[in-house]
Design a protein around this ligand. Sequence first.
Ligand code: F6R
Length: 611
Amino acid sequence: MCGIVGYVGDKESAPILVSGLKRLEYRGYDSAGLAVLHRNQLNVVRATGKLRNLENRVVAEPPKGTIGIGHTRWATHGRPSDENAHPHTYEGVAVVHNGIIENHLELKATLKGRGHAFSSETDSEVFAHLISEELKRGLELPKAVRAAITHVKGTYALAVVAENDPEHIVCTKDASPMVLGLSEGQNFVASDVPALLEHTRDVIFLEEGDLAVLSAAKAEVFDRQGRPVNRPIRRIDWTPMMAEKGGHKHFMHKEIHEQPRAIADTLRGRVLRTQGDVHLEGFNLEPEVVKGLTKVTMLACGTSWHSGLAGKLMIESLARLPVEVELASEFRYRDPIVEKSHLAIAISQSGETADTLAALKEAKARGARTMAVCNVIGSAMTREADFTVLTNAGPEIGVASTKAFTTQLVALYMLAVKLGRMRGTLSLEAAQKHLTYLTEVPKMVEDVLRCEPEVKKVARAYLGARDFLFLGRGPMHSVALEGALKLKEISYIHAEGYAGGEMKHGPIALIDETLPVVVIAPKEPKVAYEKILGNIEEVRARGGKVIAIIDEGDQHVPGLADAVIRIPSAPALLAPVVATIPLQLLAYHVADMRGNDVDQPRNLAKSVTVE
Ligand code: F6R
């Protein structure tokens, strides 16, 4: 998500930090900063917006010092601003942090009770406060960092410098990546390899719970128990472009594989299983408003519209509230019926899509309560909506949306549980069951990614096809639409997504022995499974090629299909998250094998800010 760089050596650190941050610039961010230590004094420079803004400040007044830490921010807690930019400091301690602190509100309240004043809206700032308290108790910096993180629930990659220890950077990680760069007389730390490559190719990837102490002369690593450990030094021979993609050939491939982590980040700190509730920061609908809602209107475009279709089933089923899913580009040009008892939800990765933004404004102007499900804090939609549920997927660079889609589904499921509880349509036990399902999703997604070799075989077999048909029923209808969109946008093969029941009303005319038909046929819901078996027979009878996406235990469909891809069994409403992943991989491999520019397909833009 965010980027971290740290340097200790004999050179001026500020230019090294800025140049390291530049190597992470491709991911996009909203603010940046650095803290440099000189003769026991911290010098902090921060700037909102492009890295150039920080660079200009550094060039105008270069902070002196041969040890320092820097950060580029992708906001999750607190809007982009100079105050919310890292490093955060408190009484001589400076920290940069990637990750999410789940219990930051409790920690802030406790610290405020002990007289601490906070200068940002971020969760990260609590680290500076906790560490400064431990230093005051007389602990040395490494031990103070170790003690401070015991209070924190969440994920972190953390780098710290302190005025009372001007020779060391202390860094530690749990769940967020962190890598050390080793060189003669100087050492580095970074969240990502590209930030290190111009200085060294010898790196150590820290493991969960590791804490490293860096000086100009050496880099020491300790495990979670505080025991010194020898982590292997790896020589990285990636080109800078490969490093940006974390060794993957394309951003899209990297982002497909990031989904278990992205989904876990969407869920983090929000699922209150025992209470059968969901904590959605900013959710500001009073219980009587939620009870009085008469309709939800989802407003979105493209892939985000598909997640709205799946979200409709979730909300209707769990909160018993009617949902309409509107193409934002159509909604704005008709005379829609909007009432004060409606909740309009704009769904968007970027938060900047012109049609969705205009539709959101329209719904708001006509009196609906509004919310955004969005991946970019501070974007136009998050500013426009009454409140936002962030998807926390991290920057999505490939033009074809992948992790934004699956994290939207998970966010909408959480919303459905919350609304269901507030409206009294979900019992405590039922909500607990749904929340348990949710916590199992990251692991399921990790498992489903193992189908990639099978998907590649299918891609190779059918990459010459002129058209594809995707069929799904119930919750899988949205998956069929998404699979078709993914394939057409990056492989340029014509593809249609259809609800299975609609096939005989038209598309059946297309079926002959040249047409691959991807049938998404998990066993749940049972009624949809039984019906889609009929579709498979209809395709076979006309010589079409059946590629079936089926549950791992399905014994029946393999005998009917030309190819099968197995996925873990998931509860019906969450199955779209799991079932979409092989289709993302199919589109990716077909496009790659056809030699297409996967990350930047022709004629498409990542964010459609014009009509
Ligand atoms: C497809 C894709 C687009 C976007 C659409 C909406 O892979 O990326 O269809 O989903 O342009 O964009 P956001 O979600 O940013 O509003």
